[in-house]
Design a protein around this ligand. Sequence first.
Ligand SMILES: Nc1ncnc2c1ncn2[C@@H]1O[C@H](COP(=O)(O)OP(=O)(O)OP(=O)(O)O)[C@@H](O)[C@H]1O
Ligand SMILES: [Mg+2]
Length: 331
Amino acid sequence: MIEASGITKRFGSTLALDGVDLSVGAGTVVGLLGPNGAGKTTLVRILATLLPPDGGRASVAGFDVVRDAVSLRSMIGLAGQFAAVDEILTGRENLELVGLLYHLGKKERRRRAQEVLERLTLADAGDRQVRTYSGGMRRRLDLGASLVGRPPVLILDEPTTGLDPATRIDLWQFIADLVAEGTTLLLTTQYLEEADRLADRIVVIDHGHVIAEGTSAELKATLGRDLLEVTVTDADRLGDAARLVADLGHADPVLDPAKRLVSVASGGGAATVVEAARRLAEAGVSLDDIGLRRPSLDDVFLTLTGHGAGDEAPPTGPGELVLGATEGSYR
Ligand SMILES: Nc1ncnc2c1ncn2[C@@H]1O[C@H](COP(=O)(O)OP(=O)(O)OP(=O)(O)O)[C@@H](O)[C@H]1O
Ligand SMILES: [Mg+2]
């Protein structure tokens, strides 16, 4: 449903996208994961025809983003990174307005607005002005607006950024329901957990490059290893412990004397822990703790990008001020 190849985009001296390939199969969910400034929103805007690429080609549902932009727009729903709802209008009026832009008749507009309000548990607030809404309600309304046209392809740019954990989980459930009904979804996120939870496939981008892709299990398997961690009771026995477990790992053990901790990257799973415990007990090394730490998607991300998710500048560059106003200007 979404195909992009060799997409490049430059803003002055910034190369925001540098030959990005992306493919999203019908009915699947791809999570585009990357830190601030990685190029996620730029790619989303290109796919949504809001921004022309400098190079490369992209199509959504078979429509080229440049040549067939007008036809393409009816195929996608977009919820941009920054809510694009009108503060003065009520939630319901916002949704009906979107219906109007889709050239829906009055009755149908009303019906769909009501349906969306109910699905997003906004029915009680539907007739209040949006300026009285909480951040989570705005986010939900914004997502709702992208659904009025019942598009087969949905593009969500950081749908849950800034939401509290409970609201985030509600939205995840809602998004999962849409996908179960057959919607194709591209979602960008800085939350590894979100990509892990929602996406069939994850594409990691950084500085305009795709640096890894695969299922979350694949990414963890290729980039992370189980880590056997042993904490000894007596710091003097740390060296002994390291010697005893050394051959259970792929690499030399790493010692952290301050924590009385030995860790060793291992591929042996739980059996490694049993064997290590046996050896250490036999040698009379007493332990405070022993265990196997599985790599998280966070570890993978850190390995790939050299920095954690979201520990760069806040997402308000000058570009957002210039072009942000057009985001979501159609649905
Ligand atoms: N209109 C613009 N003018 C100038 N530079 C821009 C513009 N839009 C984006 N950029 C730059 O392109 C790069 C990619 O930005 P983009 O918004 O695509 O990142 P992102 O991955 O969406 O980041 P975030 O997680 O902060 O939303 C950044 O360096 C950004 O400053
Ligand atoms: Mg962005």
